[in-house]
Design a protein around this ligand. Sequence first.
Ligand code: 13P
Length: 257
Amino acid sequence: MSHMKLRQGIIDTCLEMNHSGLNQGTSGNVSHRIPGGMLITPTSLPYAQMKPADIVAMDFDGTYHGRRLPSSEWRFHRDILKSRTDANVVLHTHSVYCTTLATHELGIPSFHYMVAVAGGTDIRCSDYACFGTQELSDTALKALEDRTACLLGHHGLIVLADTFEKALWRAHEVETLAKMYVHALAIGEPPRLSDAEMAQVIEQMRRMSYGQTPDLDSVADRPHAAKEIRASSKPAAKTTARTKAKLKARPKVKARR
Ligand code: 13P
């Protein structure tokens, strides 16, 4: 069977999704991109019983291969993976706090800077549409424009990512934000960060997640590795020409006076 690792990755992601409390029962579904299509969880099969052969391979034209029927949400998985070439994984959950907000048709505004983990100044909530329909796929895609997460009206959460690990991480972050927002709402509608403040957060995240670029604070005031770490992190004896060129091209940090 092909794509064995990805099939197992989908099952492990589903199990983790339920063990960690992000999801319950057979709600939710997970897909991963393959050339010309995707691998997706079968419909209604308890995750603990799922075997790699149960994962369904589906071409982008809707043709599926395997012994099981694909998830009822194959349309939005297919449409997202087809149009969002920045994502390899689509994860859908009925996580409690995201769904709580979605039942009120509320998204997550910029009440906390971490809202930027979904790529923008807010996390939208889509209009309601019946599960498994093309209408749901269309409205989800709209809510996901320039974002890597959205809530689904009266339904749940969708996150996009390039790996399974990143998808689980993002889903946890969004669920935590939803929980915080629900708690904050109990005191009253919290004030929002401005677009300018959110733009600064997005730029800071972009710089820091690449790990190379200085953060937005003074370039001179950068973290530097302790001596013993620097000594042990010499390039290995067999440095390739490519690595040498890369090391040479790195920006030089000016010595501090
Ligand atoms: P499936 O079991 O068909 O994937 O459906 C679960 C679900 O969450 C529908 O939105």
